[in-house]
Design a protein around this ligand. Structure first.
Ligand SMILES: [Ca+2]
Ligand SMILES: [Ca+2]
Length: 259
């Protein structure tokens, strides 16, 4: 036994001596890890094969995408490139690169459960949790809907899938309600990485404000509940609080009865 001791010590010393260098390498690698920010379109569809453009950092060197959280889900990397932010956009928010993927989600994919990971030369990104449709009727935004007269009629409940596609874009929706109904309006966007800082306002048929919300629950995504004063038409407007928009500023606008 005594003869083996020096060897063990030597191994121990070698490990100790090399540890700081390894730590430095790890820290360096971490900075080079890819980062997933948000997909375009923002909302993923269960039971469908869909093309997504994933915005992020370091995605131009991604070698593979992975999907987890839904049995039978697959994701295939179709292309990747550097894609610097446009004017007035920060790489922090919108990324410097993108990867195009084909995503297949099973019908029973659950909101909150499906995660994407990008693999690059330095390792894997943090998982990105997709915003997946739930049971609410999905409605596609129809442009132009940028004024009360051009408002898009939607049912209640519904979940509108839209984009604040350009600076100062305003999306206006109209729904019918009954006196005494409590209606909740909620935006899902920034919590899923969308660069949108949504602001919603609810108006009555005479275009008087019933309520407005900008940020809620510590995120830029607004939510508010209003009690309808009479039977008739109501409007919901959705804008970016900083009047900025772009093809990546996606949102899901949920309008439903409260409670
Ligand atoms: Ca729009
Ligand atoms: Ca906001």
């Amino acid at each position: 036994m005594a003869t083996r001791l020096p060897v063990l010590l030597a191994v121990g010393l070698a490990v100790t001596a090399s540890a700081p260098a390894q730590d430095r390498k790890k820290d360096g690698d971490k900075k080079n890890l890819p980062k997933l920010l948000y997909p375009v379109p923002l909302v993923a569809k269960p039971g469908e094969t869909q093309k997504l453009v994933l915005r992020g950092r370091g995605l131009d060197t991604a070698t593979e995408l992975k999907v987890a959280g839904a049995d039978g889900a697959t994701v295939k990397l179709l292309g990747k490139k550097k894609s610097p932010p446009g004017n007035n956009q920060s790489a922090e928010k919108v990324g410097d690169s993108e990867a195009e993927v084909e995503l297949v989600l099973p019908k029973d994919a659950k909101p909150g459960a499906v995660k994407l990971v990008a693999v690059g030369p330095a390792g894997e990104s943090e998982p990105y949790t997709l915003l997946v449709r739930d049971d609410l009727p999905a409605v596609a935004e129809k442009e132009p809907s940028d004024g009360f007269d051009a408002a898009q009629a939607v049912p209640v409940p519904c979940a509108v899938e839209g984009v604040v596609g350009k600076d100062k874009d305003a999306d206006v929706y109209r729904f019918e309600g009954k006196k005494g109904d409590k209606v909740t309006v909620e935006v899902q966007a920034a919590r899923w990485g969308s660069p949108l800082d949504a602001l919603v306002t609810v108006y009555d048929a005479d275009r008087r404000t019933l309520g407005a919300a900008d940020d809620a629950k510590g995120s830029p995504d607004p939510a508010l509940t209003v009690t309808l004063p009479r039977d008739g038409a109501y409007f919901v407007t959705l804008i970016d609080a900083h009047d900025s928009g772009g093809p990546g500023s996606g949102y899901r606008l949920v309008i439903r009865k409260a409670g």
